[in-house]
Design a protein around this ligand. Structure first.
Ligand SMILES: NC(=O)C1=CN([C@@H]2O[C@H](COP(=O)(O)OP(=O)(O)OC[C@H]3O[C@@H](n4cnc5c(N)ncnc54)[C@H](O)[C@@H]3O)[C@@H](O)[C@H]2O)C=CC1
Ligand SMILES: O=C(CO)COP(=O)(O)O
Length: 353
């Protein structure tokens, strides 16, 4: 009975929140910014969802033909998704801001809109990674860049943009220190195609979301070297342990690591061919140079930048992460993919922990 009352209350709250919603702004018009914009726009046809982009040509395509000509170009976007390059126009009247700018570009972007974004508009970050140079998570970059505290939530989990555009069932977790805001995310995004769990474990969700991209690079390398299913399973299991060791040292809850933003997204990204991080790993395993791989795509593979940060985190928290740190050594050319595998296979035999 209690659960059903809770469910009814949540449902009522959800309907009233969507009912009050008039405008949401989305920062970043890449694949996931576009997918999140469409997920929101489909909740209510009168809701205005404005994508803040840098490219006027992409804006024109979205506003005139409802197509993002650069990302997910095969989809027609809901007519209530519009785009602009003007931060003032995009942010004015928005009740929430979805942040989908890649982590390494987020600080500069957020600084550029700090004076335009009202301090009480919640930012919902979907960006997964750790900032190079500072090692900071988005929950630290946002207040740093804005120069103030800002209500924030972090949405993460196994959620390929393309599958969300296809309305395939998806589950994510909304993390916020403010549980009321996390529940608002459930109301904002929950639909027949999207389930949203909640947690207050922001660190756990962010660390898992960032590190799974590095592990996906390793999984791709194993695939590219054609090492087989045994090797892939052993590698992913080792990587899960390393993510758990580091995440828990940083204060993450075990439930988070074994949940959607941890194990869920690890499985998706290590085994799912849609993963950009995994795809970069496959090409590295096949012998392509990193510079060539990155130059060949306009899509971001956040794990490439995050891998270097993991090395310093391992030192800071005095935790040995052989697989995750080997990825950084392959990316900076210190080890070839084959040498990395050889190194790992010849580490001392250990007791599981
Ligand atoms: N694509 C997906 O399936 C998912 C992506 N994410 C996360 O969403 C975040 C955004 O990534 P995607 O939408 O996939 O991007 P994308 O790889 O589709 O496109 C790259 C985006 O970065 C922007 N960008 C590039 N250089 C920039 C700069 N100097 N300043 C500002 N923006 C710049 C581009 O304009 C474009 O919007 C990432 O952190 C990613 O990990 C999370 C879940 C799923
Ligand atoms: O985070 C993602 C799915 O949850 C997307 O993974 P990639 O960035 O590797 O494509």
């Amino acid at each position: 009975m209690r659960w059903s009352r809770a469910w009814r209350t949540a449902e009522d709250n959800g309907a009233s929140l969507i009912g009050r919603l008039e405008k949401v702004v989305v920062f970043g018009g890449g694949s996931f910014g576009t997918a999140m914009a469409c997920a929101l726009a489909s909740q209510k046809s009168q809701l205005k969802v404005t994508l803040l982009l840098r490219d006027p040509y992409v804006c024109k395509g979205i506003n005139e033909r409802h197509v993002n000509t650069r990302y997910l170009k095969e989809y027609v976007l809901p007519s209530n998704v519009v785009a602009t390059t003007s931060s003032l126009e995009a942010i004015q009247g928005a009740q929430y801001a979805i942040h989908a700018v890649p982590v390494q570009h987020s600080r500069a972007f957020l600084k550029s809109i700090a004076d335009v974004l009202p301090p009480d508009v919640p930012i919902i970050s979907v960006s997964k990674g750790l900032e190079m140079g500072t090692g900071k998570m988005m929950s630290e970059v946002i207040p740093d860049a804005l120069g103030r505290r800002q209500p924030a939530a972090f949405l993460s989990g196994p959620s390929f943009a393309k599958e969300m555009m296809d309305l395939r069932p998806t589950g994510v977790v909304a993390a916020s220190k403010d549980k009321k805001l996390a529940r608002e995310m459930q109301s904002l995004f929950a639909s027949p195609y999207l389930r949203v769990n909640i947690t207050t474990d922001v660190t756990g969700v962010e660390i898992c979301g960032a590190l799974k991209n590095v592990l996906a690079l390793a999984a791709g390398i194993v695939e590219g070297l054609d090492l087989g299913n045994n090797a892939m399973a052993a590698l992913v299991a080792q990587g899960c342990a390393e993510i758990r060791w580091l995440a828990e040292k940083m204060g993450a809850k075990p439930a988070t690591v074994s949940g959607l933003s941890g194990l869920g997204d690890i499985m998706l990204t290590c085994y799912g061919s849609l993963s950009r991080n995994r795809s970069v790993g496959v090409r590295l395993g096949k012998g392509e140079a990193l510079a060539e791989i990155l130059a060949s795509s306009s899509q971001v593979a956040e794990g490439v930048a995050t891998a270097g940060v993991v090395v310093s985190l391992a030192r800071t928290y005095r935790v040995s992460l052989p697989v995750l740190t080997a990825v950084a050594q392959v990316l900076d050319g210190a080890l070839s993919p084959k040498e990395a595998v050889f190194e790992i296979m010849n580490l001392p035999q250990i007791e599981e922990s």
